[in-house]
Design a protein around this ligand. Sequence first.
Ligand code: FAD
Length: 256
Amino acid sequence: MKIAVCVKHVPEGTSRIDPGTKRLDRAGEGALNHFDANAVEEALRLKGDSDTEVVAVSLGPQKALDSLRKALAMGADRAVLVSDDAAAGSDLVATSRLLAAALAKEEPDLVLFGQQASDADGAVLWAAVAERLGRPVVSQAMELSVDGGTVHVKRQTEHGYDTIEAPLPAVVAVSDAINEPRYPSLKGIMGAKKKPQDVLSLADLGVDAGDAGEAGSRTTVLALGDPPARADSQKIEDDGNAAQAIVDFLAEKRLI
Ligand SMILES: Cc1cc2nc3c(=O)[nH]c(=O)nc-3n(C[C@H](O)[C@H](O)[C@H](O)COP(=O)(O)OP(=O)(O)OC[C@H]3O[C@@H](n4cnc5c(N)ncnc54)[C@H](O)[C@@H]3O)c2cc1C
């Protein structure tokens, strides 16, 4: 079996919006999206001691290789980075197009995603990629097993659990409740450097530059601003009596 895990390299620390591009400033330090560590862990758990191949796939700048190397250090076998200047500024539509093209080349039996990217918090990319690949998709997986050509998923919902099965090849987005990701060992970190790491351009994927980046996007950020101040808010300065003032406020509103 071959499992592809989609991982995103996201900005670390405080995020800043670049007023010029109206996009997130991604120039600083980055790290593996922590929700994707759950997806990598689940792929490695499914692999166990078998000869299943786990391929980590990302779309991003060259420095996204750092996050792919973390996936390799955890135990993934191979990494594929789609990186091209023309891909910068890709919205959901363009991102899903490029990732789907990379995944179509790999032909994995199972594609795993994290539940959301912590920078954009969209929680929709897996659905868009599955649609492009024409594969079934299950989200919020908190238990996952593969039996022959079928994936079995216990799916977390607001009101309980759904038990779902789908034929392979399929796409599954895992919940962050599914497992506790392992920390890479020193041996894993050293070994990661020697594992195959392919960097693909748009040309390698057969995608035109006009279908990527801003040119291939359907979303435009028109303006950014602070949320409007709440008219009925009351600010309590702590002069030593703040706790009592808060209690009085809540009591007045009949909230306690
Ligand atoms: C106008 C505009 C411009 C943008 N420009 C950029 C940009 O320049 N660079 C940028 O990184 N984002 C950019 N974004 C955000 C980007 O489009 C989304 O983060 C991306 O489409 C993922 O969608 P999502 O947030 O819904 O992901 P989610 O649905 O929240 O992510 C779910 C899962 O998808 C996978 N995933 C998400 N992104 C990637 C990725 N890149 N590679 C591999 N797996 C992934 C992970 O497994 C993740 O857990 C832009 C968005 C807009 C609207």
